[in-house]
Write a protein that binds this ligand. Structure first.
Ligand code: ZN
Length: 299
């Protein structure tokens, strides 16, 4: 059973179960059993579905707005030239090949639920939910075997092309578009291609770790202390991070089916507080704000 069919089946089972319990026509216990089955199915899929949220991550702190969106083609050659002007070793073809490797490595996480190999190339806002999803996937696979969405996730193939580049004050930023499709092993109806934009960024001053803070705020010079938004506690300006190399900080996925399934999952979690409560914190951060913290205002 493919992902989308499976999720539809879950929805229909829940509707049948709900209708059965409402009018009393279902055999005793039937509704409860089917609801239990539906919740197991949904529980298996929730972590990876959340990781596939259409928009994940965010540009690194102090990124200029011009660096993040997909810009016109003109922004590519100008941006690349500006990056080459301050780093003569920069080679767009090498970055494209690197992006292809990063994409394949992220896909490979779902083969063995080991996110370790991509720690160095993902910003924390992407790495933390990925690691949580892989861990949840691993522990659920013990009792239930591999689920269909994990199998489909391993079949993603992406081809990178650079679409825009920006030489910013703190970072080099390049938006890489991937043409994504599932391999020939996937059912034909699921091989419709889609595009994703991944924002690759690296700091001008390299740091020792994938992401680290400088010792001092570059704006006011105070010893680094940040609030929950990453802003300097003294001058309130965002403190730019240091990266060891290129990192993916944001992913935007243009797959109408995944967008629809994400919305359905959110609706389901909204009605299922127990399932919501079982989600690891980094995955809850991929939910609308009112589901992240009980009592918050709905978006
Ligand atoms: Zn400051």
């Amino acid at each position: 059973v493919g992902l989308f069919k499976a999720l539809k089946a879950v929805k229909e089972i829940k509707e049948v179960a709900a209708a059965g319990s409402a009018d009393g026509q279902a055999a005793p216990g039937f509704g409860g059993v089917m609801m239990g089955f539906a919740n197991v199915m949904a529980g298996l899929m929730a972590p990876i579905m959340l990781w596939m949220k259409p928009e994940r991550g965010r540009p690194l702190p102090a990124t200029e707005p011009a660096a993040a969106p997909v810009a016109a083609k003109a922004a590519l050659s100008g941006g690349l030239s500006a990056i080459v002007a301050r780093d003569s070793a920069f080679d767009p073809a090498l970055l494209t090949a690197f992006a292809d490797q990063v994409f394949a490595s992220v896909v490979a996480v779902w083969s063995d639920n080991d996110p370790g190999p991509v720690r160095g190339v993902l910003a924390d806002a992407l790495w933390e939910p990925l690691a949580a999803a892989a861990s949840a996937n691993q522990s659920m696979a013990v009792g239930h075997g591999t689920n269909s969405i994990t199998t489909l996730a391993t079949m993603q193939q992406g081809r990178a092309s650079l679409v825009s580049a920006h030489a910013g004050e703190w970072y080099d930023s390049v938006v890489v578009a991937f043409d994504v499709r599932l391999s020939d092993q996937a059912p034909a109806m699921m091989r419709e291609p889609w595009t994703e934009e991944w924002l690759f960024q690296r700091s001008l001053v390299p740091g020792p770790d994938p992401m680290s803070l400088p010792d001092q705020c570059p704006t006011c010079g105070a010893p680094t202390a940040v609030d929950s938004t990453g802003a300097c506690t003294r001058c309130r300006e965002p403190i730019p991070l240091r990266t060891a190399g290129w990192l993916v900080s944001r992913i935007v996925c243009h797959n109408p089916m995944l967008e629809m399934e994400y919305d359905q999952l959110v609706a389901q979690l909204r009605q299922n507080p127990e399932q919501l409560a079982r989600l690891p914190a980094p995955l809850r951060e991929l939910l609308p704000r009112d589901l992240q913290a009980p009592g918050a205002t709905p978006q």
